[in-house]
Every structure is written in structure tokens, then in C-alpha cells.
Design a binder for this molecule. Structure first.
Ligand SMILES: C[S@@+](CC[C@H](N)C(=O)[O-])C[C@H]1O[C@@H](n2cnc3c(N)ncnc32)[C@H](O)[C@@H]1O
Length: 207
């Protein structure tokens, strides 16, 4: 399949039934995430935030308690996920868009971030998606993804080319040398599998 065909195949996967089933399985996504967001907001204050690939709002739930919810925005490609955000977090702005083309101004948000979303992009789409993340941030860029030293494809729910691990922090710094690394941390899954799922976070500041 051509590079653009692969991008469209993966976006269609998340837009349709495969994405709806993810929403059903992840109703408890917010559990155990509060300490992380409280720490981040205290250590690196921000007043507006954009999450790219927010799903049903497992992060937005906490962010809307830390900053004015009207300054919290979530983007996703799955309509069911956005319906749930609008129901549970009515003051948050839930926007349907592709991560490859975010309908926001340059530097519109103090913080723009992804958690386990870059892992699901075809490698060829990454420079575009990561550029959109960096472009829309005024100050902080946060990346929470599955780390591996080398690019590694991981089988994911019977789909090929749908989950990749790599050194996301190194890729950000390679593509955007203006980013300064402020913090790196690992959030392990809870013993029952809830909470963060062995996610590595890189926090950058734009210089
Ligand atoms: C594994 S979920 C992570 C959800 C959320 N960030 C979290 O940590 O709970 C990946 C989300 O990214 C969305 N997504 C995947 N590719 C996307 C794209 N190209 N543009 C917009 N959303 C996308 C999916 O629909 C899904 O909601």
C-alpha cells in the first residue's frame, strides 16, 4: 500500500468500528491518572491545553479540574469518543479532526500533547503529526508513548502496522532541535492493569 494509503487505512480504522470498540473497552481510562496531571500542572503551570487523540476524555477529565475547562480542547477522529467527551465534560471543546491537520492557530495552547497516539500513526505520517503538535503549542509539548530504543512494530488486535514503539523523545529532538527536554518519566501500569500502561513521558519546552 502507498504511504498515503496507509495513513488513510489507519485513520479509517480509528474512525469506524475498531475505534468504537476501543471506546467501549476504555471507560475507566481516567482511573489513577490524577497524580500525574496534578504534578505536571504544579511543576509546569499552564492555562490552556490541547490533547490530540483524546478518545473519551481520560486525560481531559483531570485537566478540566486544573484549568478553566473552556480552555481545554480535545481532538479525535472517532465520533463516538467525542460524543462521550461532550456528555461528561460539557465545557470542554471536543473537536473532530485528523492529527495531521489541526484546526488551530500557531501557538494557541500553552501545552499540546499526545498520550498513546503517536504509537498508532504510520511512521511516514509522524513528521506531519508531530509538527502539528509543536506548531499549536506556545510553550510545552508533552509526549506520553510506549518507548523502545529501536523502532519496533507490536502486534495489535489483529491489525498490521497499527502499533509501533520507538524512542519518541529522540525523534522529537531530531525533527525539532528547538525543543528543550525538561523532564522524562516512566508511569508503570497498576498491578490490575489500570492507569497508565507503562507509558514513558517526555516534556519539552519550545525555545
Ligand atoms: C490509544 S487511544 C489514546 C486515547 C487517550 N489519549 C488516552 O491516553 O486515553 C488513541 C486515540 O487516538 C485517536 N487517533 C488515532 N489516530 C488519529 C489521528 N490520525 N487523528 C486523530 N485522532 C486519532 C483514536 O481515535 C483514539 O481515540
Amino acid at each position: 500500500m502507498s504511504e498515503s494509503g496507509e495513513v488513510e487505512r489507519l485513520e479509517a480504522l480509528w474512525r469506524d468500528d475498531f475505534g468504537d470498540r476501543y471506546v467501549e473497552r476504555n471507560r475507566a481510562a481516567a482511573e489513577h491518572r490524577e497524580p500525574f496531571w496534578k504534578w505536571l500542572h504544579e511543576a509546569f503551570p499552564f492555562e490552556s491545553v490541547l490533547e490530540v487523540g483524546c478518545n473519551l476524555g481520560g486525560n481531559l477529565h483531570w485537566l478540566a479540574q486544573l484549568v478553566d475547562p473552556t480552555r481545554v480542547v480535545g481532538v479525535d477522529i472517532n465520533a463516538q469518543a467525542l460524543r462521550e467527551v461532550r456528555q461528561t465534560l460539557p465545557d470542554v471543546n471536543a473537536v473532530k479532526a485528523s492529527a495531521r491537520s489541526l484546526p488551530f492557530r500557531d501557538a494557541q495552547f500553552d501545552l499540546t500533547f499526545t498520550t498513546t497516539v503517536l504509537i498508532h500513526q504510520p511512521p511516514d505520517a509522524l513528521p506531519i503529526v508531530m509538527n502539528e503538535v509543536v506548531r499549536t503549542s506556545r510553550r510545552y509539548v508533552l509526549c506520553g508513548e510506549y518507548h523502545a530504543d529501536e523502532l519496533e512494530e507490536v502486534p495489535y488486535r489483529g491489525e498490521r502496522g497499527a502499533l509501533f514503539k520507538r524512542d519518541w523523545g529522540a525523534l522529537y529532538q531530531h525533527l525539532f532541535p528547538e525543543l528543550k527536554l525538561l523532564d522524562k518519566r516512566f508511569e508503570a501500569a497498576q498491578p490490575d492493569g489500570s492507569g497508565w500502561d507503562d507509558v514513558t513521558f517526555w516534556l519539552f519546552e519550545k525555545r
